[in-house]
Ligand binder design. Sequence first.
Ligand code: OAD
Length: 258
Amino acid sequence: MQDLYRRAARDIAGARHIVALTGAGISVESGIPPFRGPGGIWEKLDPMEYAHIDAFMRDPARVWRALIADMKAVLDRARPNDAHKGLVRLEQMGKLKTIITQNVDGLHQAAGSSDVIEFHGNFAWQRCLACGQRVATAELDMAEMPPRCACGGIFRPECVFFGEMIAPVNLSRSQNAAAQCDLMLVVGTSAMVQPAALMPAIARQAGATVIEINFEPTPLTGQVAHYSLLGKAGETFNAILAELAAESEAGPHAEDIR
Ligand code: OAD
């Protein structure tokens, strides 16, 4: 594993334009459960019954009670972890330019990343289905289910439900970012949901090195990814950053000495 950390550190050191694609796994160490896999939300709830726009429109109170209210409670408590902070560090080093995230938790921005494309929207805001009024999720009156606007309309989070389109600006910005990078870091995504899961293939097709960081193998492993670092995202970032620091301390001739 140490060899792979070193390889990743060298690839990062040699890169000029890094883009990251992140998924729920990057926020697991912040206390947010993933969707798939052990402890995942879709183990308990069928996504087509609770995360499809048709299910929400059919019975908003049911979806609010079973999914959205819990999500609010969990996200209220969550703070960025070492993986979010590691990406900030790569931005400060002038390497990382853009993060494409499937997450709606706002933790990349909370950590200090400046260019974050929220591919599936965000949970920080709610919009009234009747009049379009927006309110911050933090300000929402949760006494009534579903929460309602002063006009009587129902609030929905500004997240993308299954069955809805990705905002065209997010899709085109993500495709451009993927095509322009020379290194893509794919962190904590099962790569099961399209079109987000296509971004690593776009990057690879355009000539970028694709490095995956995940707790377990995914459809990208051994395929689209040039190599995969299996482990928790926060610990993996710390190991890579330690290698990067060691490389820069050792200086440009480190290779000759070893
Ligand atoms: P998933 O829940 O599908 O996948 C999470 C991935 O993170 C899995 O591959 C896990 O192995 C990995 N993982 C878990 N813990 C980890 C850790 N500590 N460190 C590193 N990796 C870890 O999440 P996404 O791929 O983001 O969409 O899911 C994509 C979309 O499906 C979500 O945006 C959401 C969901 O349904 C919508 O709601 C539209």
